[in-house]
Design a protein around this ligand. Structure first.
Ligand code: HEC
Length: 400
C-alpha cells in the first residue's frame, strides 16, 4: 500500500485550520460578550477615578475572575500585555493553503464545472484570487465611506454585495467552488481586519500611552467596529465550511440564494445573542423563531421537485450498471483509473452489483436530487441518464 502523503498533508492542515479557527472565533465570541456585559463602576469610586470604564465578574474553571476595561488607558502600563492575533493569521494561512491544495491544484476537479462555464484552470484560479483581493478592497472602501455611520444600512449593503458575489461566482465555478470562495472572501476580510485595522489601531493606542500622551480614540473605535463585523461574519463562515458535505446547498440550481438565506439565519442568531448580551433578550427574542422558520422555509423551497420517477417502463439493471460504469467508476473504484484519485473518494465504490444497490440512497442525493456527482460532470453524464438512474431507484432498485 502506497503512502499517500498528500492526503496526510491535507488532513494535518485541515486539523490546524479547525484548531486555530476555533481559537479565533472563541476569542471573538468571548470578547464581544465581555464588552457587552461590562458594567460601569460606582461613580466617583476608586475604580472610576482610576479610569475604569467597565467591569465584570465571572467564575470559570473553579476560580473568580475580575475583569476591568479602562476607558482609555491604565494609569501604569502593564509588564505583560496579551495580544490576540496569531489565531487569526494562522486560520487564514491554513485556510489559504487548503484552498490552494484542493481548489487550485485540483481546479479541474473541484473548482470548474464544465456545465457551468468552460474555463481554463488558470482563468478559474485568477478569478478566485481576484475575488479575495477584490472582496477586501470593496469592503474596506465601504467601511471608509459615510455608510459606516449607519450600522443597519451598512449591514444590508454588505450582505447584498456578498450575495451578488455569490451569484457571480456561481456563474463561473462549480457550486462547491462558489461557496468556498465566498467563505474565503469573508475569511480574508476578517483576517485583514485584524492585520490592517485592529492591530494598527491597538499599536497606536499602546504607543501613545507609552509616550504619556492622551490617545486619539478614533483608531480604537474603528478597531471595535471591525471586530463587531468579524463577529457577525462568524456564523455564515462556519456554515460555509460545513456546507461542503451537503449537496442540497451548494449543488442547488439556486445555490447562491440558499447560501444567502442560511447566512441571514446565522446573522439573525448572532444578533439575538448580541442583543441578549446587552440585556435586550426580550426585544431580540423574536429573532429566534424567525430564524427557525426561515431554515424550514429554505429547506422547503430548496427541496428537489417531487416528480414521480417511478412511472415508465422498468429500467433493467444492466442499463444502470452500464451508466455507472461509464460515468462513475473511473473515480469510484478500489483502484480508480482517474489519475486524480489513488483511492475511491469518500470510500464510495460502485463496481459491483451490491455496491451500487447499497449506495442507492446516496446516489439519489448526489445524482438525481442534485447534480453534485459526477464531480464537475467530468464524465459528461446526460440528463436522460440521471432520469434512468432515478427511475430505477424509484422502482425499487431491483437487480434484474
Ligand atoms: C471525477 C471523479 C468522480 C466521478 C466521475 C464521480 N465521483 Fe462521486 N465523488 C467524487 C469525489 C471527489 C467525492 C468526494 C466529495 C467530497 O469530498 O465531498 C465523491 C463522493 C461521492 C459520494 C459520497 C457523497 C457523500 O458525501 O456522502 C457518492 C454517493 C458519489 N460520489 C456518487 C457518484 C456517482 C453515482 C457517480 C456517477 C454518476 C460519481 N460519484 C462520479 C468523485 C467522483
Amino acid at each position: 500500500m502506497g503512502f499517500d502523503w498528500v492526503e496526510w498533508l491535507h488532513l494535518g492542515i485541515r486539523w490546524i485550520h479547525i484548531i486555530t479557527g476555533i481559537a479565533w472565533i472563541g476569542a471573538s465570541f468571548y470578547f464581544i460578550w465581555l464588552d457587552m456585559n461590562l458594567t460601569p463602576p460606582k461613580k466617583g469610586g476608586d475604580k472610576d477615578k482610576a479610569g475604569v470604564g467597565g467591569e465584570l465578574w465571572a467564575i470559570h474553571g473553579g476560580g473568580f475572575y475580575e475583569v476591568q476595561k479602562y476607558r482609555i488607558a491604565p494609569p501604569t502600563f502593564p509588564d505583560h500585555l496579551h495580544w490576540f492575533k496569531y489565531e487569526a493569521y494562522f486560520t487564514w494561512l491554513s485556510g489559504f493553503v487548503l484552498l490552494t491544495l484542493l481548489y487550485y491544484f485540483g481546479a479541474e476537479i473541484y473548482l470548474i464545472d464544465q456545465s457551468v462555464a468552460d474555463i481554463s484552470s488558470d482563468t478559474a484560479i485568477l478569478i478566485g484570487l481576484g475575488s479575495l483581493v477584490g472582496g477586501w478592497i470593496v469592503y474596506d472602501l465601504l467601511c471608509k465611506s459615510p455608510l459606516i455611520n449607519h450600522q443597519g444600512v451598512f449591514g444590508i449593503v454588505l450582505f447584498l454585495l456578498l450575495t451578488l458575489a455569490a451569484w457571480g461566482l456561481s456563474q463561473v465555478f462549480s457550486g462547491r467552488g462558489a461557496y468556498i470562495h465566498i467563505g474565503a472572501i469573508i475569511g480574508t476580510i476578517m483576517a485583514a481586519n485584524v492585520l490592517m485595522v485592529i492591530m494598527p489601531g491597538q499599536r497606536a493606542l499602546v504607543s501613545s500611552v507609552e509616550k504619556g500622551e492622551t490617545p486619539d480614540p478614533a483608531p480604537g473605535l474603528r478597531a471595535k467596529q471591525r471586530s463587531l463585523h468579524n463577529n457577525y461574519f462568524t456564523l455564515p463562515v462556519l456554515f460555509i465550511m460545513i456546507s461542503n458535505h451537503y449537496p442540497m446547498t451548494f449543488g442547488h440550481d439556486y445555490g447562491w440564494l440558499v447560501l444567502a438565506g442560511i447566512s441571514l439565519v446565522g446573522i439573525l442568531v448572532r444578533h439575538y445573542f448580541n442583543m441578549k448580551n446587552q440585556g435586550k433578550a426580550k426585544q431580540g427574542f423574536v429573532l429566534l423563531p424567525i430564524a427557525f422558520v426561515m431554515i424550514f422555509a429554505i429547506a422547503y423551497v430548496a427541496a428537489p421537485k417531487s416528480v414521480d420517477l417511478s412511472q415508465g417502463p422498468k429500467v433493467p439493471f444492466a442499463v444502470v450498471q452500464k451508466i455507472v460504469d461509464e460515468r462513475c467508476v473511473s473515480c469510484h473504484a478500489a483502484k480508480p483509473t482517474s489519475e486524480d484519485f489513488d483511492a475511491p473518494p469518500k470510500g464510495v465504490k460502485l463496481e459491483t452489483v451490491s455496491q451500487i444497490v447499497r449506495e442507492r440512497t446516496r446516489i439519489k442525493q448526489q445524482v438525481i436530487d442534485t447534480d453534485a456527482m459526477p464531480l464537475g460532470n467530468m464524465t459528461e453524464m446526460t440528463e436522460e441518464e440521471r432520469l434512468l438512474l432515478g427511475r430505477w431507484i424509484a422502482q425499487g432498485a431491483s437487480t434484474d
